[in-house]
Design a protein around this ligand. Structure first.
Ligand code: ZN
Length: 138
């Protein structure tokens, strides 16, 4: 769990799933970051930062920090665990059951891009269609 997972960029919709999501635009706590995530600080929203790895720091009682390493040889970023960041890329693996047949599907979802998943209909119930045009507008 130290290196970013590769992402082929295929969204669940591109794979043929009928997935309902809601816009994911809430701030994310620094402690929730994982390797591969892309975020920016509220003070520098135009500067995306890639998480290379992250670890908990025990500084003192009541002081809860995480150390975030960025690509390159620069210093690590120390952030309060509860502080929030703007998230740009946050791929998480979710397991959902199809509403119709209860088949379990595992999806990689980039929450800021794809939205937060609410319900799923697997590709078996969705007629195939041309590859263009099926884009979430959330
Ligand atoms: Zn199904």
């Amino acid at each position: 769990m130290t290196e970013p997972r590769p992402n082929d960029g295929a969204s669940p919709w591109a794979r043929g799933f009928g997935l309902v999501t809601v816009t994911f635009d809430r701030p994310v706590q620094a402690g929730a970051l994982r390797p591969g995530d892309v975020f920016s600080l509220h003070s520098a929203p135009e500067t995306p930062l890639v998480v290379r790895w992250i670890e908990d720091l025990e500084v003192a009682a009541g002081v809860d920090l995480v150390a975030v390493a960025l690509p390159g040889a620069g210093p690590r970023l120390h952030l309060p665990r509860q502080s929030t960041v703007r998230i740009h890329r946050m791929v998480r693996t979710v397991t959902m059951k199809c509403l119709i047949c209860s088949a379990t599907e595992t999806l990689d979802i980039d929450l800021p891009r794809d939205g937060e998943p609410i319900s799923l209909v697997c590709e078996r119930h969705i007629p195939s269609k041309p590859a263009s045009g099926e884009v979430s507008d959330v």
